[in-house]
Design a protein around this ligand. Structure first.
Ligand SMILES: [Zn+2]
Length: 627
């Protein structure tokens, strides 16, 4: 068996997508990204089955009589891409046993999975894992297995329609049905995807027209206001758009994102929800499952709709919200992260309905969904950094060190190597390796925040692309060609909740570096549970000269360390002046409510260090101003 070299684009009558995903295995991580994946593989993902019985040998998804619902499939949805991206035999052998059991579980009628659980929902997740397994191995059992299951599902859904989580998350199912349709052309699959869409919650209406407001503020448990459902639901109309051709389906995700951010948005690019949608206050929580699911939704929407706006958000969430909610070694994670997170402890906080353990760093804080589901975040980002264009070229849709191998114009082998410390650095070098010269398009996403971006070809030709666009270079490319893309990163300020300000440089959000004292409260290392106490003050306001903003900041950069996101080793430090605001203290075990000011303070002026939000475990990232 060999990995699949390329995936087909949409087969008519499905409308074409803007980009076509490269199969798992085509893109490999390099540089800091590879180190980050190795941290994950050598830690929590590589060993979770040894320490957490829900994905251990007892799992119903390995034929045991233990957990038989979503946790095994969630784990596979991250373990499989990680194992293949790193090409790590230890991880690959772990991944293989889940795939072997799952493929062997198919019944006469086409149903698969643990017999004691008949829910549609966990199967939707395992199908995603199976598509990646097929892409990376070419295992020919997978398409036949999926065809048999989808035949079963088409009949069975009429008697046992999607409900609860399955009805909220039908888009996951549609993605794999379309994937198989493009592979096989079996037209009954489009009947199935339509049926699934019709049985799925109407997210276009809830989010795009924001009828969500009828269910807010949260009173009783429902599927509509659940933070993870919203992160998954956002892609639903976009995923179905190639089949429906309905313009509203194409436009609803963007409108939905704008509505969710307006009412619940946080400076790290995602909305709050501690377990249900909460406000724009920087002490609301955002669940890790919502972070990784929103990333996946954005990756799929970007592939289908091709709007560069989606990639800007993807990088914001991936390079800030994702690393921030892990300990630097990735063994411990939070259930809920806060933008202004000044104390991590077991205590009551102003959540909608999460528990007292939700913002500690641990193995299974609050509830184990994130423990099972966290694994997909980094690997799927890497898998989607580069995509194919429908006319035989390649597109760099998000940036990070990697290399992509494939064929351009369906024939000529290419390796496109991306050398960069992005998002910590503003320059990305692309090296093109070809067996012969060939004419094809290379497409580069230009982030909307880029200040006077530049593209240089072979150190000679210089171009000035538009920020917030995809820039297309179609020409005869030769082996050894080089393209350098630069996105000068000035400091940007955004004003959010009650006039509080957040500081950005490129795709990175910055937070106040606060001294950390980690106290072990449960479990054994390396997978223990931790509280984190501040050892330095946090109640600072920033002193900014709005007439000469860039001069308010000094930037220090260094190389990316072996652990890319660590509070003691930040690759970028922004120095800015501030004063303490003595009346700003703790409230409900979080930073107290405060407005943007300006505040008068007679405290001493201090030079503050702001570091990447993703490197912090305690921080202020929505600041008041002081005079
Ligand atoms: Zn979760």
């Amino acid at each position: 068996m060999n990995r699949i070299e390329s995936l087909p684009g949409n087969r008519p009558p499905l409308r074409p997508t803007a980009f076509i995903a490269l199969p798992l295995g085509a893109i490999k991580p390099r540089g800091w990204m590879q180190r980050q994946l190795r941290i994950q593989g050598g830690g929590i993902t590589g060993h979770l089955d040894e320490i957490w019985s829900d994905v251990g040998q007892e799992s119903g998804w390995l034929g045991g009589d233990g957990e038989s619902w979503e946790r095994g499939p969630y784990y596979c949805d991250g373990l499989i891409p990680l194992a293949h991206l790193l090409n790590d035999p230890f991880l690959l052998s772990k991944a293989q046993k889940w795939m072997d059991w799952t493929l062997g579980s198919i019944q006469q009628n086409g149903q698969f999975g643990p017999k004691k659980n008949r829910d549609w929902w966990p199967r939707m997740v395992m199908l995603k894992a199976l598509t990646m397994h097929y892409e990376a191995t070419g295992n020919s059992r997978v398409p036949d297995f999926m065809l048999a299951y989808f035949r079963y599902q088409l009949k069975a859904l009429l008697k046992k329609p999607l409900e609860e989580w399955g009805a909220a998350r039908g888009a996951e199912n549609i993605l794999t049905v379309h994937w198989l349709y493009n592979l096989t052309g079996n037209s009954s699959l489009l009947g199935l995807s339509e049926l699934i869409y019709n049985q799925t919650i109407n997210w276009a209406e809830l989010q795009g027209h924001y009828t969500l407001k009828e269910h807010l503020p949260f009173k009783e448990f429902n599927m509509f206001t659940h933070v993870v459902n919203n992160a998954m639901g956002i892609k639903t109309p976009g995923v179905f758009y190639p089949q429906s051709g309905n313009k509203w389906h194409r436009n609803a995700p963007k409108q939905g994102i704008e509505n969710l951010m307006k009412h619940h948005g946080q400076p790290n690019g995602i909305w709050s929800g501690d377990e249900h949608l909460h406000s724009t206050s920087p002490t609301c929580g955002t669940e890790l499952c919502a972070v990784v699911e929103y990333m996946f939704s954005l990756e799929e929407l970007l592939r289908i709709l091709g709007d560069p706006f989606l990639a800007d958000i993807l990088e914001l969430v991936a390079y800030n919200a994702l690393p921030a909610t892990f300990s630097p070694d990735m063994w411990a994670h939070q259930y809920d992260q806060q933008i202004n997170q000044v104390l991590v402890s077991v205590a009551k906080r102003n959540w909608v309905n999460n528990g007292d353990w939700a913002n500690i760093y641990g193995l299974e804080p609050n509830y184990g969904c994130c423990t099972a589901n966290l694994h997909q975040g980094w690997p799927k980002l890497v898998k989607n950094l580069i995509m194919a264009t429908p006319d035989g070229g390649l597109a760099a849709v998000a940036y990070g060190p990697c290399s992509a191998s494939g064929r351009v114009q369906n024939k000529v082998p290419i390796t496109l190597t991306e050398e960069t410390d992005y998002p910590f650095d503003d320059t990305v070098h692309f090296h093109i390796s070809l067996s012969q010269s060939v004419h094809f398009p290379l497409v580069f996403r230009i982030p909307s925040w880029a200040m006077e971006p530049r593209i240089t070809i072979n150190r000679k030709e210089k171009l000035s692309p538009e920020p917030g666009s995809f820039f297309r270079l179609e020409r005869l490319w030769r082996d050894g060609d080089k393209v350098t893309v630069e996105f000068p990163m000035g400091i940007r300020i955004s004003t959010g909740h009650r006039g509080l300000i957040s500081i950005y440089r490129g795709p990175l959000l910055f937070g106040l570096k606060i001294g950390e004292d980690w106290k072990k409260i449960k479990g054994v290392e390396p997978h223990a549970d931790w509280e984190v106490y501040p050892t330095t003050p946090w109640n600072y306001g920033l002193m900014l000269d709005y007439h000469n903003l860039q001069d308010s900041f000094e930037i220090e950069t260094s190389t990316v360390n072996p652990i890319p996101f660590h509070p003691d080793l930040p690759p970028v430090i922004i120095k800015v002046k501030g004063r303490r605001i003595p009346e700003w203290g703790l409230e409900d075990n979080s930073a107290g409510a405060i407005s943007g000011g300006s505040f008068k303070s007679s405290e001493d002026i201090r030079e503050l260090s702001l570091i990447p939000y993703g490197s912090t475990n305690l921080r202020i990232a929505a600041f008041p101003r002081v005079l």
